[in-house]
Design a protein around this ligand. Sequence first.
Ligand SMILES: Cc1cc2nc3c(=O)[nH]c(=O)nc-3n(C[C@H](O)[C@H](O)[C@H](O)COP(=O)(O)OP(=O)(O)OC[C@H]3O[C@@H](n4cnc5c(N)ncnc54)[C@H](O)[C@@H]3O)c2cc1C
Ligand code: SF4
Ligand code: SF4
Ligand code: SF4
Length: 385
Amino acid sequence: MIIIDKKSDCSGCEACATACPVGCITFADDGEGFRYPLVDTERCIGCGACNEVCPVESRRPTIAPRATYGVVNPNRSIQRLSSSGGFFYILALGVIERSGGVVFGAAFNERGEVEHRAAQSSEELAALRGSKYSQSHIGSAYAEALKALAEGREVLFSGTPCQVSGFLHLVPQQHRDRVLAVDVVCHGVPSPAVWRARLSEITGGGKPQKINFRDKRNGWAEYGLAVEYRRTDGVVTDSYTPKPKEPYYRGFVEDLYCRPSCAECPSKGFSSGADLTLGDLWGYEKHSDDGVGVVFVGTERGAKALEESSAEHFAVEYDEVVRHNPSIEKSNPAHPNRERFFGEFAALGSDGKGCAGLIRRNTQKSVTELVAGFVKRKIKLFGTR
Ligand SMILES: Cc1cc2nc3c(=O)[nH]c(=O)nc-3n(C[C@H](O)[C@H](O)[C@H](O)COP(=O)(O)OP(=O)(O)OC[C@H]3O[C@@H](n4cnc5c(N)ncnc54)[C@H](O)[C@@H]3O)c2cc1C
Ligand code: SF4
Ligand code: SF4
Ligand code: SF4
């Protein structure tokens, strides 16, 4: 039976609930916006299925990827619409068109919240494209994917490494060769409650129509947050905030409101079992404005999927890639103001008013930190001369 002693022991992948043969696991919000399992001990039969699929309890060993490539979708418009190089879309379309398979990934619902869903056509696939910086709710996605496998179909399952790890624990061995498991390099996942508040603040309580966390109008590295929404008076309007001006990104990358498990990620080091891991090829910004991805090949199946795809790819040095993108190997500690932030966040109204200011105040550097940073940069500069 799942027992959560401390919050970091649960990544919220939701695999335990799908595994439970008597359906006695439900989820409850912890007040920070993250879901945690609740076991009905009266109904639990003590079978241990939940523990076997849990990515925190049943960890796989870390591995070195077989190969590392820079990767780009030759279709420039799809490349620009994707967060990095657009490789996910090629893989996903391949599974749908080649074999009539089903693709699972994260999409926005009509309220702008993030949840996993299935796509079986290029139209449905568009919703899965692009990074969404809020933890995705799995819901019935694992169960639907297992059903598709039982029907003899191919499945591409994509998500964070802990979600992919949980899913692969659920997949019966005899079906594994019809799964293409794709995860992302994962910095961590922000709280859905904080995203809900920030979105509500941006839209003024309006209805979101389109959201893009990685809008590339100013380039791949200089991305921004684009939201199209219907105002409460019915008018459809747009909002765009470039990265340096949007506090939500800062709170995310500084781990002000990421899930506690992300500070001790159970699935780092390519230990999810994924066939392929996708990320941004940071350090390559001067070569492309449209986006370049990095792909780490985890398995033979992943290598085959890459070779058979139409993606443009080129070998890159693993150590060099990690130097520009530390989240590949390391978990990020929570921001020192995390607790204070959530204490103050609880007092915000449902309209999210004040959310941006709250994030700014809690990520602002003190004068001492600014001076220390300045001195550090100067020492570095003199040291390299
Ligand atoms: C929360 C998060 C943190 C990330 N952190 C890093 C990082 O530190 N460094 C780095 O190099 N790359 C990171 N990435 C990955 C990167 O942003 C791109 O998603 C990846 O490079 C694939 O890009 P693409 O152009 O091939 O495909 P895209 O179409 O841009 O990617 C879509 C894929 O992302 C998945 N996805 C999107 N949002 C979520 C979500 N909330 N939960 C689970 N899966 C999701 C979809 O299911 C789909 O598989 C992160 C992604 C997410 C979602
Ligand atoms: S031990 Fe078995 S019955 Fe009990 S919660 Fe876990 S999966 Fe469900
Ligand atoms: S990490 Fe996943 S499987 Fe483990 S307890 Fe949390 S939700 Fe359940
Ligand atoms: S950082 Fe680790 S625990 Fe957090 S969402 Fe990503 S894979 Fe899961």
